[in-house]
Design a protein around this ligand. Structure first.
Ligand code: FES
Length: 255
């Protein structure tokens, strides 16, 4: 698929916000899905390793949004797109979150894990849920779009490791204090955070879905570069994060 860049805005030293117009993509996308995006010009067309998996951060008015961090060659190229440029990407990939109605839910996001959580918060709020978002980062630069998030949640609890924004400490601490009040928990972020969130939920007997941010090369189930392990009964089975995920039952993952 191809779409036109509407904006590619720098949010701070690390993060960018990309808006792309594509009716075709928007009509197919579900909350929690991701895409593989081609970050640069023609000369990179045949370098699949440069295609980046990015979670869809929002969909509206025939456009969709991505939030990304510049971490290497691929995302650096992506940051150089200007308004009006044509950009190439896959169809929406992977599975999606379970969407509840009129429930009390917690969303836990760490760093760049905010991308799919943004769209999820908005969607659950529109479905009548009470949405509490626990959003953690290392520093103030790792917690972005706070005003927009406030508009789409009932409570926004921000934490940073160094205390430069919100409460000082890990995001799992304030979440743990309230876990028993929720009907469902959703999380996306670094693996240690997802593991802790899942363990807290299992102990409190609250269902939890996590979106895994595995390294992906093909995004299509072919390279097996994104294998994760799930418990099914007494067995441990392999799953491809890009096809069977990225959303999994956090209680079943063999961390
Ligand atoms: Fe290739 Fe998942 S990224 S199988």
């Amino acid at each position: 698929m191809k779409g036109k860049v509407v904006k590619n805005q720098r949010l701070n030293d690390k993060y960018f916000f990309l808006e792309i117009k594509s009716e075709e993509f928007v009509t197919q996308a579900h909350v929690g899905q991701f895409l593989m995006i081609k970050p640069g010009s023609q000369e990179y067309t045949h370098d699949p390793l440069l295609r980046r998996p990015l979670g869809v951060a929002d969909v509206h008015d025939g456009k969709f949004n991505l939030v990304y961090m510049v971490v290497g060659k691929g995302t650096k190229l992506l940051s150089e797109f200007h308004e009006g440029g044509m950009i190439e990407f896959s169809a929406p990939l992977g599975n999606s979150f379970t969407l509840l109605e009129n429930k009390r839910v917690a969303l836990v996001a760490g760093g760049i894990g905010i991308a799919p959580v943004f769209w999820l918060a908005k969607t659950l709020k529109n479905r009548g849920c009470v949405v509490d978002l626990y959003y953690g980062g290392r520093t103030v630069d790792d917690v972005v779009l706070l005003e927009e998030l406030k508009e789409n949640t009932d409570h926004l609890i921000v934490t940073t490791d160094d205390g430069s924004a919100g409460i000082k400490g890990f995001v799992t601490l304030p979440f743990k204090e309230n876990v028993e009040t929720y009907d469902m928990v959703y999380a996306c972020g670094p693996k240690p955070m997802l593991k802790t969130v899942s363990e807290i939920c299992v102990n409190a007997e609250v269902p939890v879905e996590v979106s895994l941010d595995e390294r992906m090369a093909c995004g299509l189930g072919a390279c097996l570069g994104c294998i994760i392990y799930l418990r099914e009964g007494d067995e441990i089975v392999q799953k491809r994060c890009c096809v069977e995920g990225p959303v999994f039952d956090g209680a079943k993952i063999a961390w």
